[in-house]
Design a protein around this ligand. Structure first.
Ligand SMILES: Nc1ncnc2c1ncn2[C@@H]1O[C@H](COP(=O)(O)OP(=O)(O)OP(=O)(O)O)[C@@H](O)[C@H]1O
Length: 329
């Protein structure tokens, strides 16, 4: 059995924990995470905040401590915060998944709702990295593409790792967040039904590496990984380290078509519907096109509200290192 490692011998990590993630799971696992990292020989800095922007800001500031890794504890929103802190810095991200959906951890093959297994990945990943020298890549760290989001022609405002969407799903998300009743999942269903009742297609112009698509549409999603929304395979063939984004767009579906296509998203079979199109690109500009439909909703990325259109998404190959299982382990 492993005994406790000497304090600080394994390195220095910052931890950003969301106590509200997974309906309070984040708070429940708090002690286990902090005690576990200390027992593994890490010096641990608590960089948690009181909300998502606060957590992101504290994580960014914490990087000046000279961290060997930033560890996020929570769901996809916390991975989003971590990505916004470490993108392009060379500091790897450790993920302890304690959220509701955990789409990113699942897509990357990381443990879900298993703190000891997540801590083992972090410990072993950093040990493998130490043994190989501190280069950006190598065993223990998986380099992934990340997506920079900006206003057209502007500076980078945000990063994301998984999926940006400004379709009906984003409208449902926004409506759910604005409701205080009923509790739990029923709120999402109620918002979905309300959105379907009043749905009129959005007007989009999407420019993908110069190719332009203009249409009344139901959804535009720009995906680096496969899933969003707790297991919906919106881009079933997306690969987060292939240097390409998958752009999924659905034409202006009728309510009936929507009801039949929606369940297929869980298996990823919606992409064979004749009104659903998938393109690969590195650079994607999404603009509202009022002549063809209503104003698309605010974009969500990694499940978090991001910004109104127009938005430019640019793929940056291998911009993020995520602590992952050592090959062969
Ligand atoms: N102290 C906090 N730190 C970070 N985020 C917080 C905090 N308090 C509330 N939040 C909110 O928690 C949300 C992110 O939650 P997170 O993604 O970690 O868990 P989840 O939503 O349960 O899981 P998933 O996104 O995987 O479904 C954000 O929308 C954020 O506004």
């Amino acid at each position: 059995m492993r005994g406790p490692a000497a304090p600080g011998a394994a390195g220095r990590v910052g931890v950003v924990l969301n106590p509200t993630s997974g309906k309070g799971r984040g708070l429940k696992v708090r002690e286990k995470v902090f005690d576990g990292l200390a027992a593994d020989g890490f010096t641990v800095h608590d960089l948690s905040g009181t909300d998502l922007p606060g957590a992101t800001a504290r994580a960014r500031t914490g990087l000046t401590l000279g961290l060997d890794a930033l560890v996020v504890v929570g769901g996809d929103g916390m991975v989003h915060a971590g990505v916004n802190a470490v993108a392009g810095t060379g500091v790897p991200l450790g993920i302890v998944s304690a959220g509701s959906g955990n789409d990113i951890a699942r897509d990357l093959g990381l443990p879900v709702h298993d703190v000891p297994a997540s801590l083992a990945v972090i410990r072993e990943g950093l040990a493998a990295r130490r043994n190989r020298g501190r280069g950006p890549d190598g065993e223990g760290v998986r380099m992934l593409d990340a997506v920079a989001v900006s206003r057209p022609g502007g500076a980078v405002d945000h990063w994301y790792l998984a999926v940006l969407s400004c379709g009906i799903d984003a409208a449902v998300n926004a409506r759910t967040n604005a409701m205080s009743w009923p509790p739990g999942g029923a709120r999402y269903v109620r918002a979905l039904l309300a959105e379907l009742r009043t749905f009129r297609p959005f007007g989009y112009r999407v420019t993908m590496d110069g190719e332009v698509w203009e249409s009344a549409g139901t959804l535009v999603a720009v995906a680096n990984t496969r899933c969003f929304g707790g297991g919906m395979r919106i881009a079933p063939d997306a690969v987060p380290d292939d240097g390409l984004l998958e752009v999924v767009h659905a034409e202006g579906l009728t309510r009936g078509q929507l009801m039949s296509v929606f369940p297929k998203v869980y298996r990823g079979t919606h992409v064979s519907h004749p009104a659903v199109h998938v393109r690969r690109a590195r650079s994607v500009l999404i603009e509202p096109l009022p002549a063809l439909g209503t104003m698309p909703p605010m974009a969500f990325a990694d499940g978090e509200p991001l910004a109104e259109l127009p938005l430019q998404c640019d793929l940056h190959p291998r911009a993020i290192g995520v602590l992952a299982r050592t090959l062969g382990a």
